[in-house]
Design a protein. Structure first.
Lengths: 109, 112
């Protein structure tokens, strides 16, 4: 069954703006991960946040995790056209990664 | 380059063919995975290997047969596939079963 569910399904923003993507899940997790996928290619691991962490940063990425609400958000600041891709959240529960359907982000130059 | 290499990148096969997908990782990881990605569906976990032992088989039909001869290589043997098996097949590896996964570029499979 699907664990992570991203929101919105698609997002279009102007270069330089911030992009916020959300993920909700249903069961307890060990960690939550965000991945990026360019069209027709493999996924690239972006960031992992553990269940006892609330916020994590990596470059222009900021991830938050609220285990009480079973939700996470990925913020990409100062977006670039190269950030155009699909973004997936994946939850790790019992050493099994379950992915959502993904969010399509388009960054207009 | 993620350190995970999949071959071939594209494969077209008939329903009576037998073919194999190959995945190789040079990261020293202990866990390897096969995922299936179909259009408009979440990524589906197919198989998980940890230290060359299969630890997860996600109700995958027997026409898909994985093989992990050593910790660096993973194969997916295909036989008598159906057109609905057409998808992007992704291999991934991770240090252990709890860390972030590194994905290959995938094999785009078309069954005709």
């Amino acid at each position: 069954s699907q664990q992570g569910e991203e929101d919105p399904q698609a997002l279009s923003i102007q270069e330089g703006e911030n992009a916020t993507m959300n993920c909700s899940y249903k069961t307890s997790i060990n960690n939550l991960q965000w991945y990026r996928q360019n069209s027709g290619r493999g996924l690239v691991h972006l960031i992992l946040i553990r269940s006892n962490e609330r916020e994590k940063h990596s470059g222009r990425l900021r991830v938050t995790l609220d285990t009480s609400k079973k939700s996470s958000s990925l913020l990409i600041t100062a977006s670039r056209a190269a950030d155009t891709a699909s973004y997936f959240c994946a939850t790790d529960a019992n050493s099994k990664l379950t992915f959502g359907k993904g969010i399509t982000l388009s960054v207009r130059p | 380059e993620t350190g995970v290499t999949q071959t071939p990148r594209h494969l077209v096969m008939g329903m009576t063919n037998k073919k194999s997908l190959k995945c190789e990782q040079h990261l020293g990881h202990n866990a390897m995975y096969w995922y299936k990605q179909s259009a408009k569906k979440p990524l589906e976990l197919m198989f998980v290997y940890s230290l060359e032992e299969r630890v997860e088989n996600n109700s995958v039909p027997s026409r898909f047969s994985p093989e992990c001869p050593n910790s660096s290589h993973l194969f997916l043997h295909l036989h008598t596939l159906q057109p609905e098996d057409s998808a992007l097949y992704l291999c991934a590896s991770s240090q252990d079963l709890k860390g972030g996964a590194f994905f290959g570029q995938g094999t785009r499979l078309t069954v005709v």
